[in-house]
Write a protein that binds this ligand. Structure first.
Ligand code: ATP
Length: 678
């Protein structure tokens, strides 16, 4: 038997040697043919087209082979769907590139992309690019640029961002840039977020003039001098790790010059000054300690009396969570908890529970460990536990496997991004815990558990199934939550990514909340391919890609599940099997004019709602078009689902509807007869 330990025997195996020789020969013979072919194909690309620009950009990459799907014989975008990996498309045009965490190396040259006129966003985060900051001045329509977590070095010219009138977000964090912060940045008219943390920028921070600048991170650089007045309202954490920065919100500049080591004192002067400094420092330390102790005592006292409001109910505004509260900042110094809200996103210490919300009473890891716990279930990504912290706080802690590939900073950054989301139908992540090998996400426990439990499991024989009005309310909430995710996270390839009925949880009044959303960027890609529901879609099984329309597919399946009460068997297997698909069963039933048999027998209060039920069934099937081109857009689906409220109006004209949006698996509208057999 051949083993790796016996290379000599391997070489002497004549049959194998012949095979290897044959392969080598075939490679030598075929290579020129494929090269000629690809040259011919390349010649078909229209010079100056988006495809041409992208291919020229690809040629500049040191390890271009990692983007093998950029095939000159196909177009990068088919309408809104990208055929090339990492390309973001809108109305058939390229509007962004998202090549993150792909091990790309060498220098980054963005010049070839300059002619792409709709280019709005570029993300090359988490690669190994090195060399200087690429020139971006010619990308005038760019709105966001993400270059964080690479190995860029050197100074950035002062005028590097001149003329970038549309740039809103610039993320250069965690590279090795040095020299002055380019002054052109400070006058970009639209800038709302700039992250320069984790570099070696020197000198003073320029005076950022933008009124709308919401987030600026300068921590962990070599910056010095006074913080410009325009940035004084920022969180102190944004300036941490720069020894010589001073002025509000940090200590005053006079304090710095007091403790400044130069000019070096003469030995006699030094002897005179030493006792004075020692006493002064001791007094300052005692003063600060007393202040901290009294503030902490004060905070704990007020908090104990304060009744917890876990999080606002549907519709209630949650924006106050971002207001900066000094007492919270003091609490941060306690060993037990750390805040990590949008205004406080210096990378926190490891091993603590990090809170993303300020409107929740704090607890720590020990509280979670001590709490009475119940296993809620063990999903594909790990187990979830219900933990009763006290009589008013019941949390769900999900312990995630398969999240070990992203770096610490990247994980924190993504969590803070999720912490900024705020919608009545998204279950907020309250806190999280990061260790390299372990991630915990904490959310509030929802008393009515999941939609899946109501449709498939949780019911005793005499308990009625969910009635129709409740099902409508649930799907409308789900649609609104998805619409919000699509709006807020446009750069994610797939904003939810794991939509299924166990990831829709219900509060006391059956208001739905989406969970496990937008986690794809921090999941290990290998496991997400195997476990996330989006990867069980036809486009992934057939073409090997997922897009925003994949979330639409998942919404469609969820709608059919809600209407039929049937569990989508396909979820239990890898990939997509049309024969096992709930979608195929429903569309076959409709075509056979047995539509009435499709609806869940356990559904109550459905008699007067024929039109709404049919309307939703149509939307569901339109979301489940195998062909993404014909599949409904998310915004259309959301709009149509919201309009289900006008149920009785729809009732009249449902069967007469010939709306094009429903170009679906149904051959014609007559197939859609509603023959209620019961
Ligand atoms: N905040 C919550 N409130 C109430 N029940 C919850 C909450 N979060 C999760 N659950 C329920 O706990 C169970 C286990 O959830 P978990 O997220 O671990 O697995 P899953 O959703 O079944 O699968 P996956 O890991 O693929 O997401 C599910 O039935 C889920 O609906």
């Amino acid at each position: 038997m051949l083993t790796w330990e016996h290379p000599v025997r391997l070489a002497s195996n004549t049959a194998l040697t012949k095979k290897l020789a044959l392969i080598t020969l075939l490679t030598i013979v075929l290579c020129p043919v494929t090269t000629v072919l690809s040259q011919q194909q390349q010649e078909e690309v229209v010079p100056g087209s988006d495809a041409d620009c992208l291919l020229r950009f690809k040629d500049t990459l040191a390890n271009a082979s990692v983007i093998s799907s950029w095939d000159p014989s196909t177009a990068p975008c088919k309408r809104n769907v990208a055929d090339w990996f990492g390309i973001l498309c809108i109305t058939g045009n390229v509007w962004g590139l998202q090549l993150e965490g792909m091990g790309l190396t060498g220098k980054l040259d963005l010049e070839p992309l300059a002619p792409i006129k709709n280019l709005r966003t570029l993300s090359f985060m988490n690669n190994h690019f090195n060399g200087p900051m690429p020139s971006v001045k010619n990308l005038g329509s760019l709105k966001s640029l993400y270059l964080s977590n690479n190995r860029f070095t050197g100074e950035i010219p002062a005028d590097a961002f001149d003329g970038m009138h549309h740039l809103k977000k610039l993320i250069l964090a965690n590279n090795a840039f040095r020299g002055k912060i380019p002054s052109s940045l400070a006058s970009l008219p639209m800038l709302i977020e700039v992250r320069l943390n984790g570099n070696q920028f020197q000198g003073e921070i320029p005076d950022f003039k933008q009124k709308d600048l919401k987030l600026a991170s300068f921590e962990n650089n070599d910056l010095e001098g006074p913080i410009p007045e325009s940035l004084r309202n920022m969180d102190p954490g944004s300036f941490a790790g720069n020894k010589n920065l001073c002025g509000p919100p940090l200590r005053s500049c006079s304090a710095i010059s007091l403790s400044s080591p130069d000019p070096p004192p003469s030995p006699t002067e030094k002897n005179k000054k030493e006792p004075f400094f020692t006493i002064a420092i001791v007094l300052i330390v005692i003063g600060i300690t007393l202040m901290i102790i009294s503030l902490v005592v004060c905070i704990l006292h007020t908090r104990r009396g304060k009744r917890l409001s876990a999080y606002p109910s549907a519709g209630q505004d949650r924006t106050e969570k971002y207001s900066y509260d000094q007492s919270e900042e003091m609490e941060k110094t306690s060993e037990t908890v750390t805040s990590y809200t949008s205004k406080r996103d210096a990378v926190p210490e490891q091993g603590k529970l990090l809170f993303l919300r300020d409107d929740i009473e704090r607890f720590d890891l020990q509280d979670l460990l001590r709490a009475s716990a119940e296993v809620l279930g063990s999903g594909s990504f790990g187990a979830s536990y219900k933990a009763g912290i006290n009589s008013e706080q019941t949390m769900v802690v999900k312990r995630y496997k398969h999240m070990n590939n992203v770096g610490r900073d990247e994980f924190h950054e993504h969590m803070s991004r999720l912490g900024r989301l705020n919608h009545p139908n998204l279950l907020p992540i309250v806190a999280y815990y990061y260790r390299k090998e372990e991630k915990l996400l904490v959310a509030e426990f929802m008393p009515n558990r999941s939609l899946a439990s109501h449709l498939h499991a949780n019911r005793s024989v005499d308990q009625p199934g969910l009635d129709w009005p409740t099902r409508v309310k649930i799907i409308q909430g789900v649609a609104k939550g998805l619409g919000y995710l699509f709006k807020e996270l446009p750069t994610l390839t797939i904003p939810h990514g794991h939509l299924k009925s166990s990831n829709v949880v219900l509060d006391e009044s059956f208001e739905p909340f989406l969970t496990d959303y937008a986690l794809r960027p921090v999941m290990n890609s290998e496991q997400s391919h195997n476990l996330m529901i989006s990867y069980k879609s036809p486009e992934y099984s057939i073409k090997g890609h997922i897009t925003k329309k994949t979330d639409v597919w998942c919404l469609g399946v969820l709608i059919l599940e809600l209407l039929t009460g049937r569990f989508p068997e396909n979820y239990l297997r890898q990939g997509y099997d049309a024969n096992m698909s709930l979608v195929t069963w429903v569309s076959d039933m409709v075509k056979e004019k047995k539509t009435g048999d499709v609806f869940d027998k356990e559904m109550t209060e459905k008699k007067k709602c024929k039109a709404e039920m049919l309307g939703l069934l149509k939307i569901g099937l339109s979301c489940c078009e195998e062909d993404e081109e014909r599949r409904m857009e998310m915004r259309d689906a959301v709009e149509k689902i919201e309009s289900l409220r006008e149920g009785q109006k729809l009732d009249k004209d449902a069967s007469a509807s010939t709306d094009n949006v429903f170009a679906s698996r149904l051959t014609d509208d007559d197939d859609f007869g509603f023959a209620m057999n019961r």
